[in-house]
Design a protein. Structure first.
Length: 407
């Protein structure tokens, strides 16, 4: 008989890359999965109100491009983006006070991809990125995947503290500052013109790039619009401005823009070619048609009016819903209210009890790159109508009334 062939032990598969192992799932996405039941009134997600989508206008735009230009709309496209869409976005950007040409823009698959492209083009492992503390969660994920060292900059009720930014930038030698200056996620805060000018001056003097994220700027329903950071002296040649259609048209389109100085924009275009070649041709063509044929400004006026009512319903009801000693702000636009419970409360520990009452919020602690605030809570006011908000706050009050404090 032939000799038996010894059994071979398979070698283990290689481990995940360190960047994948160190980067966790988004707590917001995890909470949304837990609260997907239709009976839950959720203040957790930053989800635009679906009943306010201009379904008829968007559907007409898709029908038009499929009827008139099906071969182009269903074909591969350029990495830079649809020329008609870039021209329309450039015109809107210029009208809002920042002179922009179509060639200044790169169309991205949502503004979050724009931030990923910037990270690819700018960051080496170990490079320092400065962020507002608290900060948009997806940005923290992106910078973690890039291998950057994230350093938090303190904030107050008016947002980023310029004096702290200057001191930290001088100490840490950062390459990039990431900010949402208008109706920030998660806090809803807006930087004043004076602070914007100071941030621009510090960036120029300290020699760092600025990533200015503006998904909420057109959702202002009170007060005077603020200039983009990119328009301030010192910031013009070092700012990448990220825009999005998710909050003003529909997030399912996954359309964003990146406006950046030429050399950086070219590097991001190469990164996009490697990432997905180009953003959906048909979605871009439909968006361009919508901007040409529909009245986006009139649609936004309706959205802002509804969001104002919803903001008022939430903010005006918080005194009865939250424990005595809680604090919260009253943002002039955007989607979020930032609240803090009294000392001794732990928003994350209380969440399971809250969800059992068919209501939800997002604990604020995961948004911090520095020392987290366990008492902080992010509440979104845009997804539900005022009567649902009132019911949600009643449920929240009942859930918190008997909840014990967690040390």
């Amino acid at each position: 008989m032939p000799d038996a062939v010894p059994a071979r032990t398979a070698a283990p598969v290689p481990e995940l890359a360190a960047r994948a192992a160190r980067t966790g799932s988004s707590p917001v996405r995890d909470i949304l999965a837990l609260t997907a039941r239709p009976e839950v009134i959720s203040f957790a997600g930053g989800l635009p109100a679906p009943e306010l989508f201009d379904v008829a206008g968007i559907a007409a735009a898709f029908r038009h491009v499929l009827d008139r230009e099906p071969r182009r709309a269903l074909q591969y496209s350029t990495s830079e983006g649809d020329p008609a869409l870039r021209a329309a976005i450039a015109a809107r950007t210029t009208a809002r006070g920042l002179p922009t040409g179509a060639d200044d823009l790169l169309v991205t698959t949502g503004s979050q991809q724009g931030l990923s492209l910037l990270s690819t083009a700018l960051l080496e492992p170990g490079d320092v990125v400065l962020v507002e503390d608290p900060c948009y969660l997806a940005a923290l994920q992106i910078f973690s995947l890039a291998g950057a060292r994230v350093v938090p900059v303190p904030t107050d009720d008016e947002g980023l503290d310029p004096a702290a930014l200057d001191e930290i930038a001088g100490r840490e030698n950062p390459k990039l500052l990431y900010v949402i200056p208008t109706f920030q996620n998660p806090t809803g805060r807006t930087l004043t013109a004076e602070r914007r000018a100071a941030v621009a001056e510090i960036a120029a003097r300290r020699g760092l790039w600025i990533a200015e994220d503006d998904p909420y700027g057109e959702l202002r329903f009170e007060g005077t619009p603020q200039r983009w950071l990119a328009s301030f002296p010192g910031a013009e040649d070092r700012t990448a401005l990220l825009g999005s259609f998710s909050k003003v048209m529909a997030p399912g389109l996954r359309l964003g823009t990146l406006r950046a100085p030429a050399a950086l924009r070219r590097a991001c275009t190469v990164a996009k070619q490697a990432a997905d070649l180009h953003t959906s041709t048909i979605d871009q063509a439909a968006a361009a048609r919508y901007l040409a044929a529909a009245d986006l400004d009139a649609h936004l006026a309706r959205v802002r009016s509804a969001y104002l009512e919803r903001r008022n319903a939430l903010v005006d009801g918080l005194a009865a819903a939250l424990p005595e000693g809680s604090r919260w702000n009253r943002p002039a636009g955007g989607m979020f209210v930032w609240a803090t419970l009294p000392a001794g409360y732990d928003a994350a520990a209380l969440l399971p009890e809250v969800v059992r009452h068919d209501v939800a919020y997002v604990p604020g602690a995961p948004f911090f790159a520095g020392t987290p605030d366990a008492t902080a809570v992010r509440l979104s006011f845009v997804t539900h109508a005022p009567d649902e908000i009132h019911e949600g706050l009643a449920r929240l009050r009942k859930a918190l009334e008997g909840a014990r404090r967690y040390g």
